[in-house]
Design a protein around this ligand. Structure first.
Ligand code: TRP
Length: 465
């Protein structure tokens, strides 16, 4: 995000691809499937889709419109619209700082698996019920090494500015990722039908309403924000690069379809495979992808080769997202602390390593330290997605309703075409979202307290699944 004259995306396609490139990452391939498996399969999928077309739609329209109207990124944008409210932008800016370190830890896992598959040892990762994953992440030095390499590569790309090359590469690799995901998903389904009469597919597609709890909504909403890079100022920045004649509403629809489509396919690839492997692995949490997929590759013809290609593509998706996370943090540090770009990069590199250490060690020597009864990685993830992002989203809604009024956003959207979802947008931003978000915040705090053992009995029963 250079200073001076603001460059802009060449057109609608350029904008949609760039925003989708930021949105599609580990969130879709790693995070969505494990949450869906954990929070009741079909029930989670249904909740997620309902939230995406309502909440997700309204919030993304709002952020992009605010960005395009002001031509500034989050901190500046809120400040430009109302001086008193720039704190919302600052709060949004904290989110990428929490996410990048643990995102890189998972990037490190992807690297390790890639190395295993490339060296012809991929099938060994399918050993036992996640034994390989547990053993590897329980080590000290090796996971840190891979995590360090991932963050190091990210920083080098940011430093030497080969983003353009990466961007072009990802335009080729993303479609291949989609095709490969479809192939693996079909394969998983066939195996599920052959071995289990389709029990895994049913788990993913048929909502079981008895599995519903407020936590399903908390988890789905957190995932929505995360996956679509909402409530952290990213879409405001993207909006600021958007041309005035590009239709905001259509672009938002396309980004949503793209992002949700890939998450859906990733679920289809992983969930039937775990359900057939036995329900006990459904609750495997952050390790799910790394435990379920090797099993699929193990049984696939040419699995070693397909696995290697798959992890290369996932690595690319993860890198593109990590680069834009890092770029966001660096531009904030450069602007606010008036640091030279190189120093800012060094600060972010070191900060990221330090903040990522608890997340990686949380599976090994720090596994007894459990903030809110979570491992560190899950804790940081919970803190950003289930606590800070809902707060930012709530403040954004209140800001639009009471300070700048929904009309400001609506006018910006209408300046480049018809706004068919205007009523939906207005009702959600003014009424539905604020009420919901308050409930969500209370639930996630209570749930944190339940996990930590402070709340028990009937209340706990209601909130927990
Ligand atoms: N949306 C990304 C994903 O699905 C992750 C992400 C969260 C992100 N915040 C971001 C990416 C900010 C780029 C910028 O993996």
């Amino acid at each position: 995000m250079e200073n001076g004259k603001r460059s802009s995306f060449t057109g609608k396609l350029g904008f949609v691809l760039a925003a989708a490139g930021s949105a599609v990452g580990l969130g879709n391939i790693w995070r969505f499937p494990y949450l869906a498996a954990e929070y009741g399969g079909g029930m989670f999928l249904l909740t997620y889709i309902v939230l995406a077309v309502t909440f997700g739609f309204a919030l993304m329209v709002a952020e992009i419109a605010i960005g395009r109207k002001t031509g500034l990124s989050a901190i500046g944008a809120f400040g430009a619209l109302s001086k008193k409210h720039s704190f919302i932008g600052y709060l949004a800016a904290i989110v990428p700082i929490i996410i990048l370190p643990y995102y890189s830890v998972i990037g490190g896992w992807v690297l390790k698996y890639l190395a295993m598959f490339i060296s012809g040892n991929g099938i060994a990762t399918a050993d036992g019920e996640g034994a390989f994953f547990t053993e590897f992440t329980g080590l000290i030095g090796e996971p840190i090494l891979w995590f360090g390499i991932f963050i190091g590569v990210t920083m080098l790309i940011v430093l030497f500015g080969v983003e353009k090359g990466i961007e072009n590469a990802s335009k080729v690799m993303m479609p291949i990722l989609v095709v490969l995901t479809i192939i693996i998903a079909i394969y998983s389904m066939v195996i599920d039908i052959a071995e289990d009469g389709g029990a895994g597919i049913a788990y993913y597609f048929v909502p079981d309403f008895s599995k519903f709890s407020p936590m399903t909504v908390v988890a789905a909403l957190g995932q929505l924000f995360y996956s679509m890079s909402l409530a952290m100022g990213i879409m405001i920045t993207y909006g600021s690069y958007m041309k005035k004649d590009v239709n905001i509403e259509n672009s938002v629809h396309q980004i949503e379809i793209f992002d949700t489509g890939i998450a859906f396919l990733a679920g289809l690839m992983i969930i039937p495979a775990v359900v057939s492997a036995g329900t006990e692995s459904v609750g495997k949490g952050p390790g799910l992808m790394f435990i379920a997929l090797p099993k699929v590759f193990e049984s696939m013809p040419a699995g070693e080769f397909i696995g290697a290609i798959f992890f290369i593509l996932v690595l690319f998706a993860a890198l593109t997202s990590a680069i834009s996370l890092a770029e966001t943090i660096i531009s904030i540090i450069c602007d606010k602390l008036h640091l030279k770009r190189l120093y800012a990069i060094i600060v972010v590199f070191i900060g990221c390593i330090l903040l990522g250490l608890p997340s990686t060690l949380g599976f090994g020597i720090l596994s007894d330290v459990k903030p809110l009864n979570m491992d560190f990685l899950t804790f940081f993830d919970f803190l950003s997605n289930s606590v800070i992002m809902p707060i930012v989203a709530l403040l954004t809604c209140l800001f639009i309703t009471f300070v700048i009024k929904t009309k400001t956003v609506e006018d910006e959207v209408e300046s480049s075409g018809k706004f068919s979802g205007k009523m939906l947008f207005r009702v959600i931003i003014k009424y539905v979202a604020p009420i919901f978000l308050v409930i969500i915040l209370i639930s996630s705090v209570i749930n944190g307290l339940i996990d930590a053992g402070y709340v028990t009995g009937g209340v706990a029963e209601f909130f927990k699944i």
